[in-house]
Design a protein around this ligand. Structure first.
Ligand code: IDP
Length: 141
């Protein structure tokens, strides 16, 4: 199975709840390494660019407002099948529909404030990692 990298964001609601460590523990327990990490306050322009694929959707304005409402913790996760593994750990977009034991089931309040983002495919992972970590140095360990 391929070693992949994926972009993960712990969103403002989960940062405010002080559960960064609990979410990191789930990544580590699943065999994912933190290859890079930054605590970031996104600007409106950055949030609009990052979620540009959704700009025609009715929830776009609220999503951008939410993503700039406080700092986010952004990390590159690395490991076997990292993209799908992270999506499985996250659970469904709507926490009411997320499987028990997933990050969103345990830490998210609503479909807007849903605790985490994770790249959904190899192409988006590459673009999203480069968005936050241009020229990233990956440290072997
Ligand atoms: P994902 O984060 O599970 O990949 P996407 O469909 O890519 O879900 O949507 C991006 C983000 O936009 C979601 O995580 C959520 O915060 C927000 N979002 C998606 N659908 C809705 C909706 O119907 N209402 C409000 N916010 C939504």
């Amino acid at each position: 199975m391929a070693i992949e990298r994926t972009l993960s964001i712990i969103k403002p609601d989960a940062v405010a709840k002080n559960v960064i460590g609990q979410i990191y523990a789930r990544f580590e327990a699943a065999g994912l390494k933190i290859a890079a990490a930054r605590l970031v306050q996104l600007s409106r322009a950055e949030a609009e660019q990052f979620y540009g694929v959704h700009k025609e959707r009715p929830f776009f304005k609220d999503l951008v407002e939410f993503m700039i409402s406080g700092p986010v913790m952004v990390q590159v996760l690395e490991g076997e099948n990292a993209i799908l593994k992270n999506r499985d750990l996250m659970g469904a977009t709507d926490p009411k529909k997320a499987a028990p034991g997933t990050i969103r089931a345990d830490f998210a309040d609503s479909i807007d404030a849903n605790a985490v983002h994770g790249s959904d495919a190899a192409e988006t992972a590459q673009v999203e990692v480069a968005f936050f970590f241009p020229g990233l140095n990956i440290y072997a360990r």
